[in-house]
Design a protein around this ligand. Structure first.
Ligand code: SAM
Ligand code: SF4
Ligand code: FES
Length: 358
């Protein structure tokens, strides 16, 4: 990232190379493996300054509606996987989804994110209708996160008014991807992201940190994948083991590694949005604040009706499952304020996307 004008204190040679734009995979891997407290602080401070310079101090809040926990996939890490027959499943009706989206608008959120397992019950037309109704009734951006669908579905939803789409790549390593996602492939997932870009969506992606077999070198590859996409929004979370899955006994992702990934994402994609993820807030009560001070600028408060919230159990002990949306709104405003930052007003489109769309 050669464009920044930030003045820097003494930085490690690898970090200096990242700043000069003349870095390689080994530099990123070295920074990701480095757990020296002072050097980490320098990395986070540098990412924080780049964040302030490129996307400002305001933190964007996106209201998240988790509308169905049915899923046809069997991702090895996820509590919603089809193979788990003990989970009580739910599907919100289209009217309930629209009402939850309008609730997000009422709370002042400029974006609603509609997320679910890969649930074929929601036909392309049903989703398009939900998007149209939300766009007609509220001045807000609509983000979809429904997994992999055919190009025609993505195109129909874009025509209906959907602004953004999230598909995490999870890992950009083909073999690791294949080992964790039966019947799925990295290449198809990446193709979905490229299709979404072509259709004019702001594209979000991200990575799970702490997957078995993942190395700093592979995480460095993930960062380069996100940079080259390029992603308009990036969410990086720790993998949190779920007892009902094949990865129940794996240790899970380290908060410190996630924070280093967040900081490096900011340096590689200075004017994209970077999320302080709920998974990070679950792994560490101060995790979201730490991410906001290491380059992140987005939070995703839950606005799913309370009766369903605990059932969207992708990992155990998820935060905010008992609180009402109003409570989380106040809680997050206080957390953001405690960092001397403000809550953003409006849709919060990706500055990177706005720049490239000009
Ligand atoms: N089904 C869609 C998909 O997979 O893209 C969207 C919903 S899925 C639950 C959203 C994200 O949850 C995934 O991209 C994955 O990164 C994350 N996730 C799933 N299981 C997790 C776990 N055990 N720990 C942390 N994050 C997890
Ligand atoms: Fe389904 Fe998404 Fe969970 Fe995979 S990560 S099992 S696609 S909900
Ligand atoms: Fe939900 Fe703090 S954000 S309780």
């Amino acid at each position: 990232m050669s464009e920044t004008t930030t003045t820097l204190p003494a930085l490690s040679p690898a970090l200096q190379r990242v700043f000069s734009g003349d870095y390689d995979r080994e530099d990123l891997a070295e920074l990701l493996a480095d757990d020296d407290a002072d050097r980490n602080q320098a990395l986070f401070a540098a990412a924080d300054r780049v964040r302030a310079e490129h996307v400002g101090d305001a933190v964007h809040l996106r209201g998240l509606v988790e509308f169905s926990n049915y899923c046809g996939r069997t991702c090895h890490y996820c509590g919603l996987r089809a193979a788990d027959t003990s989970l009580q499943r739910y599907r919100m009706a289209p009217d309930e989804i629209v009402a939850a989206g309008l609730k997000a608008a009422e709370l002042g959120y400029g974006t609603v994110v509609l997320q679910s397992g890969e649930d074929a019950w929601y036909s392309a037309e049903i989703v398009a209708d939900i998007v149209r109704r939300l766009k007609a009734q509220a001045d807000m951006a609509v983000t979809l996160c429904l997994g992999e669908r055919p190009r025609e579905d993505y195109a129909l939803w874009r025509e209906a008014g959907a602004d953004r789409y999230l598909v995490r790549i999870e890992t950009s390593n083909r073999d690791l991807y294949a080992a964790l996602h039966p019947g799925m492939s990295f290449d198809h997932r990446a193709a979905c992201l490229h299709t979404l870009r072509e259709l004019g969506y702001q594209v979000g992606s991200g990575v799970l940190v702490g997957l078995p077999g993942q190395t700093e070198g592979l995480l460095a590859d993930d960062l380069r994948f996100l940079r080259d996409l390029p992603a308009d929004m990036v969410g990086i979370g720790p993998f949190i083991p779920h007892p009902g899955t094949p990865l129940a006994d794996v240790e899970g992702g380290e908060v410190a590694t996630v924070l280093r990934m967040v900081a490096l994402t900011r340096l590689l994609l200075p004017d994209s949005h970077v999320v302080a993820t709920t998974a990070l807030g679950t792994a560490d009560p101060q995790g979201r604040e730490k991410a906001l001070q290491a380059g992140a600028n987005v939070l995703m408060p839950n606005v799913t009706p309370r009766e369903f919230r605990a059932l969207y159990e992708i990992y155990p002990d998820k935060i905010c499952t008992d609180e009402e949306p109003e409570y989380c709104r106040g809680c997050l405003a206080a957390r953001v304020g405690s960092l001397g930052r403000t809550v953003a007003i409006g849709r919060g489109d990706s500055p990177r996307w706005l720049r490239s769309a000009r």
